[in-house]
Design a protein around this ligand. Sequence first.
Ligand code: AMP
Ligand code: GLY
Length: 423
Amino acid sequence: MKVLLIGTGGREHALAWKLAQSPKLTKLFAAPGNPGMAENAELVALDVDDHEAVLAFCRSEAIDFVVVGPEAPLVAGIADRIRQAGIAVFGPSAAAAQLEGSKGFTKDICARYNIPTGAYQRFTDGVAAKAYVEAQGAPIVVKADGLAAGKGVTVAMTVDEALAAIDDCFDGAFGAAGAEVVVEAYLDGEEASFFCLSDGKTALALATAQDHKRVGDGDTGPNTGGMGAYSPAPVMTQDMVERTMKEIIEPTIRGMAESGYPFTGVFFAGLMITAKGPELIEYNVRFGDPETQVLMMRLKSDLLEILYAAATGTLDEVKAEWSDDVALTVVMASKGYPAAYDKGTPIASLPSAGEGEKIFHAGTAMKDGALVATGGRVLNVTATGRTVAEAQANAYRLVDAVDWENGFCRRDIGWRAIERETR
Ligand code: AMP
Ligand code: GLY
């Protein structure tokens, strides 16, 4: 099978690395890709916002299957265009991608199908939103409806903070994404990410992971795209996985199909495990970054086979098997991230990764024959172990052998799970 993978981050490097292990793969292209992905794929300089150019490439190379990594092209309808042309594609339609693109849309599906989530209201004007906040009290959560690069959510501990967040949204801090606001109840518990494939009719549970969103050790400082992750998430016991499938995922698949937007692709559910059980915080319609890096380290099955089954309505014929080992990834970022940082800083050398280890590239590039850092999140140093503590020790040993002066990372990825292991 000839495959085109769309994307450029650490998530896509992990997908490329795993796709390349498939006996069914004859050729892998990545657009635009990165130097790490060049080990596994031929890089193509395509503008992925130009859907016609992507389609023309698929036709000229006789691509059998397209895998879309990031959400922006999905929300822009790239999967619809490729599917219309008769080429199999992994990723939801633009209509189904509203599950990530509009928080209000997702909340309405939850309400209609009785899916556990925080109580909420949608607002298009500040006065009504503020009256609701005053009536509910704090803590309370204010969210811009649309995609705001992870910055549109305020978990307000006081009413004043919530009122200010409402003003920000309606004053245009998030552009069009903030033209509508969702105010929802604060959920207390431990967070986990749950990944599951759907072909529009059936679901296949993948695995669980935990991200570390804050930039600093001990979960301090501003939010980022994710500074590290591990899988599995110990809070997701077998019972919690079964409840999540039954109470959250299956009704969502049914709801999407009945609404006329059957969902094919991956559900990445952000869950809060509260005293009542799993509750939905949000859906993403693509693989997580850096969660995918740890999932791919643990996946024993053929990734190409299961993604293709999701894309072609045959998910009930495949299984996903996972290693019992823990995988843990540490994100190395450019100093200054998530605020301003220098671009083009040299990465002098990378250690060679042994068995159960892998350094995935995110924001790297080749410049005059040398590897440089071009992004905020740059390398995902990943290792496995029998316990989280062991995987963490292995990952940091590899981190310490990276020679990149302008890089930094958190030193405590996995701390919550390690605390649990030593209890
Ligand atoms: P989101 O962009 O919806 O994932 O929200 C970003 C982060 O805000 C989540 O990962 C949670 O840590 C937090 N959050 C969002 N919604 C809630 C909620 N209802 N209660 C508590 N925390 C929340
Ligand atoms: N790591 C969080 C995300 O991919 O959205």
